[in-house]
Design a protein around this ligand. Structure first.
Ligand code: HEC
Ligand code: HEC
Length: 243
């Protein structure tokens, strides 16, 4: 019941806050320095060194669930990404970057600001990582899906697998995100933004790799990526529940 109230409240407030609230800062690097990918400094490094408390994280996550859903599934239309099962390191890096103005996210920025400190960042990340990855998510739905997936698999295995893993499991130590179970439309949007230089905190080695890809190739890789499943982390069929 409380959850529903929070959801209603956030959905009612979201546009107003996004327009009326202070705009997100837009920085190239922390404290005026040139951006160094994943520089180990600031709030991020503090949060990475703290032990996350899953129970406290569940409380802090309540407001996040309004958009990302209580299960962490996000939305199949790709507006809100799946968070469930994401590595703590990735959640902490992305949140700290958004809070510091290094990754643009005007919709979420006011809510990202509600986390009070590095400890709360560690807590919410610990909670998110524990959530099982929903089996039902947004996939490529064209009639040529089999062809796209086959084409995407070939490209993925050549240049993306080394970082994002055989089953889309990413790499926790290296801050490479889990992409298994992620929504097709979100994947396509992120890849396009990374290729075109709009996701400013992106890993430069990935940017180099993805630069020459055509829109058609990005469609194929997204179709393939959204078909990946990560053994052991997926939810059982039926209503979403915790691992
Ligand atoms: C008003 C809706 C909204 C709320 C509330 C919200 N988010 Fe988000 N979040 C988004 C959107 C939209 C994106 C994707 C933005 C994009 O396309 O770049 C996102 C992206 C993210 C990402 C990056 C995911 C990735 O794979 O890189 C993380 C992590 C995240 N949110 C965590 C949280 C947490 C934790 C909270 C609660 C403190 C929260 N969000 C609250 C809308 C929201
Ligand atoms: C050198 C390692 C590396 C390679 C190679 C790489 N990536 Fe990435 N990728 C990353 C990292 C790190 C991120 C997180 C962005 C950041 O740096 O904050 C990411 C983010 C992403 C995202 C966004 C995920 C999210 O949750 O928002 C997608 C989609 C993606 N990569 C797809 C690809 C594809 C497709 C390829 C191959 C063409 C590829 N990546 C190659 C390291 C890599």
């Amino acid at each position: 019941m409380k959850q529903h109230l929070v959801v209603a409240l956030v959905l009612a407030l979201a546009p107003a806050v996004a327009f009326a609230g202070a705009p997100a800062p837009k920085k190239e690097g922390i404290e005026g320095k040139a951006y160094v990918w994943n520089a180990q400094e600031g709030e991020k490094i503090e949060a990475l060194h703290k032990k996350g408390d899953v129970k406290a994280g569940q409380e802090a996550y309540e407001i996040c669930g309004a958009c990302h859903l209580p299960s962490g599934a996000g939305r199949p239309d790709g507006t809100f990404p799946q968070l469930a099962g994401q590595h703590t390191t990735v959640v902490i890096k992305q949140m700290a970057d958004i809070r510091a103005g290094l990754r643009d996210n005007p919709t979420m920025y006011p809510f990202a600001q509600t986390l009070t400190d590095a400890q709360e960042l560690a807590d919410v990340a610990a909670y998110i990582e524990k959530l099982c990855i929903p089996v039902d998510h947004g996939k490529y739905e064209g009639a040529d899906a089999a062809m796209q997936i086959a084409k995407g698999k070939e490209l993925y295995q050549k240049q993306c697998l080394e970082c994002h893993g055989k089953n889309g499991e990413g790499n926790k130590e290296k801050f490479f995100p889990v992409i298994a179970g992620q929504h097709y439309k979100y994947l396509l949007r992120q890849m396009t933004e990374i290729r075109d230089g709009h996701r400013r905190n992106a890993n430069p080695d990935m940017v180099k790799v993805i630069k020459p890809y055509t829109n058609d190739q990005l469609v194929a890789i997204s179709a393939y990526q959204s078909s990946l499943t990560m053994p052991g982390s997926m939810c059982k069929a039926g209503p979403a529940k915790k691992k």
